[in-house]
Design a protein around this ligand. Structure first.
Ligand code: CUA
Length: 161
């Protein structure tokens, strides 16, 4: 038989465990709030632009841009219910930097090729630099529900040899 002092010690022990778990949960919530709101705290720095002012940015003319120094950038705009451009041709075996931004509501994309996966939050630029090794056609369906035309919203990446 356990005497009541021993039982109280057990109760106190488990009470401490429960309180520590609650505190850890709050610490996790606060840490995720900080990392979500401080651009670039982890990983590549996030860039924010005003989604209503895309016409004043490089997203004004979406598509592939090859700079004089040979760097290849693609600017992609997601808006209900299309990606602009909805077909992007990129060269194989060349680093390509893809920049995505949503103009209106949250959209999403996932390209199996190159592990490109992003939730596109209006105004938050998602950037990926990838070298596509093999030629092919890769389709990404918008994967965040964005309204009545969501299921028709897709984007095709064509990697050209
Ligand atoms: Cu865009 Cu769903």
């Amino acid at each position: 038989m356990l005497d009541h002092h021993t039982i109280e010690r057990y109760e106190l022990g488990w009470l401490v465990v429960a309180v520590v778990m609650v505190l850890l949960m709050f610490a996790g919530v606060i840490a995720s709030m900080i990392t979500e709101t401080v651009p670039g705290m982890f990983g590549s720095p996030a860039r924010y632009i005003n989604p209503t002012q895309l016409s004043k940015t490089e997203f004004a003319a979406p598509g592939l841009k090859v700079s004089p120094d040979g760097s290849v950038n693609a600017y992609m705009v997601a808006r209900a219910f299309q990606f602009q451009p909805n077909v992007l041709r990129v060269p194989a075996n060349t680093p390509v930097t893809l920049h995505f931004v949503a103009a209106d509501v949250i959209h999403g994309l996932m390209l199996g090729q190159g592990n490109v996966n992003a939730e596109l939050v209006p105004g938050q630029v998602a950037t990926f630099t990838r070298t596509f090794k093999s030629a092919g056609t890769f389709v990404s369906q918008c994967n965040e529900y964005c309204g009545s035309g969501h299921q028709t919203m897709s984007f095709t990446l064509i990697v050209e040899a």
